[in-house]
Design a protein around this ligand. Structure first.
Ligand code: ADP
Length: 623
């Protein structure tokens, strides 16, 4: 049976485990499918948002008026061409490769002055000549005049006059040899301050030049821009401060200007620069450009705007080179490829990093329910096994009981039938022998009678308090009478009982006969299990509002592990069975039944080899 049970339990546990595993697998697959779908949808939405944003940018290219109002941050619109130069927002690109209309200086206007300056070394005359040239209507002639005037003043060591000339030069919108007049003025003032050791002014000059450069005040090539920027930072005594994103936009424009012939008319291109990705949209032809340049900051913002914060955004150019973000070779990434009319880059959307770690609420519930079902099953198996082992124990005890009872019956019956036969056949010759036989008959009948009564009472007291006939009695008197009877019963075996504390009357509501039976059983055991010491002690007293009846012997004693179970029905101690001491295992069970039916309890204190003390506690009547 145990094997069948174990088989069933194992099969059901296995089935449950397998089912749970399958369900979990399914749930995992479902969840990853759901995550995949969500990611694909997010990628679709992001691609659509990006396309819309790019379409808007393209729209602002078509209408300069729209560009003025609605260009997003990080985006510049640039138009260049003969007679046309336009950067929106103004100053958003530090250098733009505009074709500069270079016009030669009217050198004859300065011929007289230069003769005076170089041939005759007449600096005053030269200054006069140059001042005249500087008063011309043509801005280029004025610029040339002022620059030369400043040079002569510096030779004359008139720094103030030179600075005045430079100040006028700075305000002119003209080029000198292809260099903007204002830049020439800056260069002149800087070198003047440097020569004369005016470091504070030199520093201020450097800072102002840097500011003007960063704001894209002049049309410069990248190398001119770098040269003047380095100059400015050297004067200012500080490192170059740059708006890296603006520089990236300028760099992209420069690239387009260099490659405008190869790129073709329509430009829609994303490129990776050291500052990040830059996007160029628009048209370029050999002599003009009309483009929108969106820098790394705009593209990062576009990524962030198109995707929720927990998703990762990465971009690559159509050739697969990384533009922005981390291009992990991850299988879980949703990809939207670049296309001629769609996205100028390939979009890679990666799932949140934590998504794989945290189990979904559904899965958690599933795991929890399997744990609960597993626990319930385990508890069920435990209780079934326990019940089975109890059943086995009870049936073993019962068969032992039947064997013990049969033995208890058989031995007196054998002796009785033997004596009866001897009497019947007159084989007992003397009167003394016959008398002894009658005594044995009386003792054996008494033993049988007690055994039968024990068995009947055992069944009766199973019914608990209902089986009792309760009356208010002096329990001390009951104990006294029982002890007297018992003394008589065991006197011929040489046993004595010492009774203490029974003088004072103790009124308790009891079934006198039942209590007498319980005390008798305890006394009987005390004698049975105490072969050497032939005295048994009975003490009656009060303990915390209850009446206690104590039966003590100095006999075999009971090992601790048996002390609790000897009160169970049919249980006999190992020692008593081994020593073949007569008994059926129902004596103490009956004692406990009777005492508990009275609302009391019984306990044992014992040590093997030293003896045992059984104490029955009965609730006392309130006095
Ligand atoms: P029985 O005495 O018929 O075996 P009981 O129910 O009266 O059955 O007692 C159960 C067991 O408790 C005994 O088999 C014995 O091992 C132990 N026992 C009971 N009383 C004593 C005692 N006074 N001294 C030692 N062992 C005892």
């Amino acid at each position: 049976m145990l094997a069948v049970f174990l088989g069933v339990a194992l099969v059901s546990a296995g089935a449950l485990g397998w089912l749970g595993w399958r369900l979990l697998q399914q749930d995992l697959a479902l969840e990853s499918q759901r995550r995949r779908d969500a990611l694909e949808q997010a990628a679709d939405r992001a691609a659509a948002t990006m396309q819309l944003a790019l379409a808007e940018l393209q729209g602002s290219l078509a209408s300069p008026a729209a560009a003025r109002t609605s260009l997003p941050a990080g985006v510049s619109r640039v138009s260049t061409g003969p007679g046309l130069a336009f950067v929106q927002p103004a100053g958003s690109i530090p250098y733009v490769p505009f074709p500069r209309a270079e016009r030669a200086e009217p050198l004859e206007a300065f011929a007289e002055g230069e003769r005076a300056e170089f041939a005759r070394s007449d600096l005053n005359a030269a200054a006069r000549e140059y001042a005249n040239a500087a008063a011309a209507a043509d801005p280029i002639a004025r610029a040339g005049g002022l620059a030369r005037l400043a040079r002569v003043q510096r030779k004359r060591r008139d720094a103030d006059a030179a600075l005045r000339a430079y100040a006028q030069l700075a305000s002119l919108d003209a080029d000198i040899g292809g260099i903007p007049a204002a830049l020439v003025a800056y260069a002149g003032r800087g070198s003047l301050f440097e020569e004369t050791g005016r470091t504070d002014e030199l520093r201020q000059e450097g800072a102002a030049l840097g500011r003007d450069l960063r704001q894209g005040r002049w049309r410069l090539t990248q190398s001119e821009y770098d040269f003047y920027s380095d100059q400015a930072s050297a004067w200012a005594g500080a490192k170059r401060v740059e708006d890296r994103h603006a520089l990236a936009r300028a760099e992209a424009l420069d690239w387009l200007w260099q490659n405008r012939a190869a790129v073709g008319a329509g430009v829609r291109r994303a490129m990776a620069l050291s500052a990040g990705p830059v996007l160029i949209l628009g048209q370029a032809s050999p002599d003009r450009m009309d483009v929108i340049v969106a820098g790394p900051d705009y593209i990062a913002a576009l990524c962030a705007r198109s995707l929720s914060a927990d998703l990762g955004c990465a971009l690559s150019d159509p050739e697969g080179r990384a533009l922005a973000g981390d291009l992990r070779g991850d299988r879980d990434v949703a990809v939207r490829a670049a296309s001629p009319n769609g996205l100028p880059w390939t979009l890679h959307v990666s799932p949140p990093a934590a998504a794989t770690a945290a189990p979904s609420p559904r899965r958690r519930l599933l795991i929890l329910s399997f744990i609960v079902v597993g626990l319930v099953l385990a508890a069920g198996w435990y209780f079934i096994l326990r019940a089975m082992s109890r059943e086995l124990r009870v049936s073993r005890l019962q068969s032992e009981f039947v064997a013990a009872v049969s033995h208890e019956f058989r031995s007196p019956l054998t002796s009785m039938s033997h004596i009866a036969e001897m009497l019947a056949t007159d084989r007992l010759s003397t009167e003394e022998l016959r008398k002894k036989s009658y005594d044995v008959l009386v003792r054996d009948t008494d033993r049988l009678q007690r055994l039968v009564e024990d068995l009947l009472d055992f069944g009766r007291f199973d019914a608990g308090v209902a089986a009792l006939r309760l009356e208010t009695l002096d329990v001390a008197a009951v104990v006294r009478a029982t002890v007297d009877d018992f003394r008589e019963h065991v006197a011929n075996q040489g046993y004595g009982v010492e009774l203490t504390g029974a003088d004072e009357a103790m009124m308790v509501r009891v079934d006198g006969e039942a209590i007498a039976r319980a005390i008798w059983n305890l006394l009987d055991n005390a004698v049975k299990y105490s072969r050497e010491c032939r005295t048994v002690w009975v003490e009656i007293g009060h303990e915390r509002g209850r009446v206690s009846i104590q039966v003590r012997d100095r006999g075999l004693g009971i090992p601790v592990h048996e002390q609790a179970e000897i009160f169970d029905r049919f249980v006999r101690g190992a020692e008593s069975t081994a020593r073949r001491i007569r008994g059926t295992g129902i004596g103490l069970a009956m004692v406990r039944q009777i005492v508990r039916a009275h609302g009391g309890d019984v306990r044992v204190a014992s040590e093997p080899g030293k003896g045992s003390t059984f104490t029955a506690m009965l609730p006392a009547l309130p006095s």
